[in-house]
Write a protein that binds this ligand. Structure first.
Ligand code: EPU
Length: 333
């Protein structure tokens, strides 16, 4: 059995039968038939969105396909093909350095490029799907190379076709990003605009490097560093409720933060969890982060089952108090 402790940011000491890495599309195509015929398999990225509640009785695959290659440009746009195994934030840093703009708000998100396109990672008013031109995959059943346009990826909030209709059917090998050669800061996220104003920064003079540095600072102040405290970032997604439900909650909780969203009103799960008294609480080795209630943490030695039991208790408490079901963003295994 192979320990997965280093391969999940929660730091859960679960095991799998086999752990297989590959560094090219051809190598992936060559190994897939055997892996699939041997029983259960799972492809992971940086392990920043996973909770292993038990050992995995099969093969875990991990991409080492690297490379950042400019494939096309015109006066204002550049297209860049990136290997799925590149570390997400190293790619963002490289993009800013080369003068490819757009990804600054997604700085410091843990994980890898392949998973970013599956999960549609997002932060501070940006989502990766906006910057994706196409996604290259290998189809598991046939071993064939496929290309998905952004539209065919069906991006939604932390969702894509690779998580829904085609779950488990494709392995992402490369992502082609469409970025701008002209920097325009994206400051639509209220808390970010507030931070810029508070520091007396004139948005017109903000550079991409400075915006990236600011995002990194804000993230570090709110989210735990996985190398110090295990977590999977936001454990739950922010629920979207109907306009009527939101109004009725506002009668009891006039201070409840809420934001217009597709299909209704988004209510921050972090707020709901905090109202239930969970912020900073500990249950055994698991806990709720003291600075951000949406983040569940491993204080050291927690099992995945322990974290999941606490998560289910939180879901039940939020349901009982607010009548809202909150769903994990992390993949529970
Ligand atoms: N809030 C509380 N208590 C808390 C946490 C948050 O009341 O403990 C309230 C805040 O006051 C604020 C609102 O909730 O009014 C939103 O909080 P925040 O700006 O921290 O963002 P979030 O909705 O909790 C989302 C993403 C994060 C992303 C941030 C910034 C999800 C599930 N999470 O969190 O993404 O970094 O916005 O854009 O959408 C992740 O997915 O792993 C992740 C960290």
């Amino acid at each position: 059995m192979f320990s997965l402790q280093k391969y999940n940011t929660f730091g859960i000491d679960a095991h799998c039968k086999h752990f297989v890495e590959y560094d090219s599309v051809e190598a992936l195509q060559a190994l897939l038939p055997q892996v699939v015929s041997e029983g259960p398999w799972l492809h992971i990225g940086g392990g920043s969105n996973l909770l292993f509640t038990k050992d995995f009785a099969g093969t875990i695959l991990h991409s080492q396909i690297r490379g950042i290659e400019e494939v096309q440009r015109d006066e204002i746009t550049v297209w860049v093909r990136v290997g799925a195994g590149e570390v997400w934030d190293e790619w963002v840093a490289e993009a800013v350095k080369r003068g490819y703009f757009g990804l600054e708000n997604l700085s410091l998100i843990p994980g890898e490029v392949g998973a970013s396109a599956v999960q549609n990672i997002g932060a501070y008013g940006a989502e990766v799907g906006q910057f994706i031109e196409r996604v290259e995959t290998v189809e598991v059943a046939t071993g064939q190379r496929c290309t998905f346009s952004r539209e065919n990826c069906q991006y939604g909030y932390r969702s894509s076709v690779f998580k829904t209709a085609l779950r488990g059917q494709h392995v992402v090998t490369h992502v082609v990003f469409r970025l701008s050669l002209q920097f325009v800061p994206q400051l639509s996220y209220r808390a970010l605009a507030g931070e810029v104003a508070r520091r007396g920064i004139d948005p017109a003079s903000l550079s991409a490097e400075a915006l990236r540095a600011l995002i990194i600072e804000v993230r570090r102040s709110k989210l735990p560093d996985p190398s110090e405290l295990g977590s999977a970032g936001s454990f739950f997604m922010n629920p979207v409720v109907s306009e009527a439900k939101c109004q009725s909650l506002l009668e009891s909780y006039p201070e409840m933060p809420h934001f217009p969203a597709e299909g209704g009103v988004k209510v921050p799960a972090g707020w709901l969890i905090e109202q239930c008294g969970w912020k900073g609480r500990r249950v055994g080795h698991a806990g709720v982060y003291e600075k951000q209630a949406l983040v569940l943490v491993n204080h050291g030695g927690a099992t995945g089952a322990e974290v999941w039991a606490m998560a289910q208790q939180i879901q039940a408490d939020v349901k009982a108090k607010f009548g809202i079901a909150i769903c994990p963003e992390a993949n529970i295994l």
